[in-house]
Design a protein around this ligand. Structure first.
Ligand SMILES: *Cc1c(COP(=O)(O)O)cnc(C)c1O
Length: 471
């Protein structure tokens, strides 16, 4: 057909806006964006006519294309994913998952107004710290507590408030980089505290601290080296001894604990990690730790310890810039409430629950998953496999936790292609690539994700000619 004739057959905007599907689109997404998208599609159509790629069924094509474009625009970039890596506190996957109960609790509280800074007894202005301070004190036995955006902010704030232009003594073995280029010495510099290194990489003794502490010393600091381990000839000074020295000098001992552990991990076959309540009991004047590592809560940095120091920190102007938002405040209260019972907490906090899942149960679930996938006609070899989970998030570096999962080798795709397709699925699935197998560790998959996971695998292994459409 003559091109001019084809151009004349392009439907007009007003008539398109009467099309049933377009009316629905307008209702859902608004007239402005519907018209804009249809304009774009009409331009595309003119190009297609010019290139002789389309001859008829214009309206149907326009409507379908507009719906595709609209869906793409409204597909959020930040999405839920299924974590099949076995890394429980995966920093790139949002660290500690909050679970359904906590999320529903937060959703209800965030939907409307709240008493964030309102005292329900007096009807006057209240304090955001009240929602969780007593709870933290009860669990840690600290005198006072505050929270900021993350543990890096906690360290910055503590040092700025207590040690500006003064010396802070730290062991050379503890001057760590925590990840994402976050180095303890760099944070000190930002706070304008003066770093005084003592000891050597592998050995530091109490005399080293003693000799270094003088007139200009504002604090002793101990950093829990949670993301690496010195094995062999090494020596570090314990909190108890450091706290006594600090006390004698009239300065605080600050302990950056990294991960906030409140439960004895050895009960589930892991190595004992220093617990927050132990550090306080051993005399640390201030401790700080992350909210979204082994505590299993929101991104936050929690500071707890002696009232005189916490108050100084709370009143520092920088506090206003680093204070947590209402969602974090709510999540902190919720998570600490779970720790009121030392047994139940293992079931209530998803990160702890995942850590404590039994091998027997993981094996059975993996077997069942394999069987069900085969029954549904999975176009791949699927086998039960053993693997190792990790806590991640810079916690328990040496700990490899035995686990079970499945290994998948598709018949008509490479493992690499399978990996890419699973990332492009409605709920992206992230696993591990090992040679020509794709492996999923079941430990970090929530039971309610199992159906989606099966659907994803069946789809990914079946559909062979597929190109990844990245946003
Ligand atoms: C993880 C970690 C931090 C940083 O905590 P964020 O909450 O990620 O800011 C600081 N110190 C130590 C020892 C850590 O392990």
């Amino acid at each position: 057909m003559d091109k001019q004739e084809l151009y004349r057959k392009i439907p007009r905007m007003d008539s398109l806006l009467e099309n049933q599907s377009v009316l629905e689109m307008k209702e859902k997404h608004g007239k402005g964006s519907t018209v804009r998208i249809i304009r774009e599609v009409l331009e595309e159509l003119r190009r297609m006519i010019a290139e002789e790629k389309i001859e008829d069924d214009f309206e149907e094509w326009i409507v379908r294309r507009a719906a595709e474009k609209m869906d793409r625009e409204h597909q959020p970039h930040f999405r839920r994913v299924i974590n099949g890596t076995g890394i429980i506190l995966h920093t790139n996957l949002g660290r500690a998952p909050m679970g359904n109960r906590m999320s529903e609790y937060l959703a209800r509280l965030m939907a409307g107004y709240s008493n964030l800074e309102f005292d329900l007894c007096t009807g006057e202005r209240g304090s955001r710290w009240k929602h969780f301070e007593q709870l933290i004190c009860r669990i840690t036995k600290a005198e006072a507590a505050v929270a900021v955006n993350n543990n890096a902010a906690a360290i910055l704030l503590i040092l700025t408030a207590l040690a500006q232009e003064k010396e802070v003594i730290v062991s050379r073995g503890e001057l760590v980089e925590v990840g994402g280029k976050f180095r303890i010495p760099d944070v000190m510099e930002q706070s304008r505290a003066i770093l005084k290194e003592v000891g050597t990489t592998n050995r530091t003794r109490i005399e080293d601290y003693e000799k270094a502490a003088g007139q200009d010393t504002a604090a002793l600091m101990k950093v829990h080296t949670s993301n690496y381990k010195i094995i062999g000839f090494s020596e570090a000074v314990e909190i108890r001894e450091l706290a006594e020295l600090a006390q004698a000098k009239g300065i605080p001992l600050i302990a950056d604990l990294g991960s906030g552990v409140f439960v004895p991990l050895e009960e589930y076959g892991m190595e004992h990690e220093p617990m927050v309540q132990e550090a306080i009991a051993d005399g640390a004047h201030l401790v700080c730790f992350s909210g979204d590592k082994l505590l299993g809560g929101p991104q936050a940095g929690i500071i707890a310890g002696k009232k005189e120091y916490v108050e100084k920190i709370r009143k520092h102007p920088l506090m206003r810039a680093l204070r947590p938002d209402k969602c974090t405040v709510a999540a902190l209260e919720y998570i600490f409430m779970q720790y009121l019972d030392q047994e139940k907490v293992w079931d209530e906090v998803p990160a702890l629950h995942m850590l404590s899942r039994s091998l027997f149960q993981l094996k059975n679930q993996s077997k069942k998953l394999c069987r069900e996938l085969k029954e549904k006609g999975l176009r791949a070899d699927c086998q039960l496999c053993t693997c190792f989970s990790m806590t991640g998030g810079g916690s328990l570096p040496a700990e490899q936790i035995e686990s079970f999962g499945i290994s998948v080798s598709p018949w008509n795709l490479s493992a690499q292609q399978l990996k890419e397709k699973l990332l492009a699925w409605r709920v992206p699935v992230i696993g591990k690539l090992e040679k020509d197998r794709w492996i999923l560790d079941l430990r970090t998959v929530f039971p309610e994700e199992m159906e989606e996971l099966k659907e994803a695998l069946l789809w990914a292994c079946a559909n062979e000619n597929f190109t990844v459409d990245r946003k």
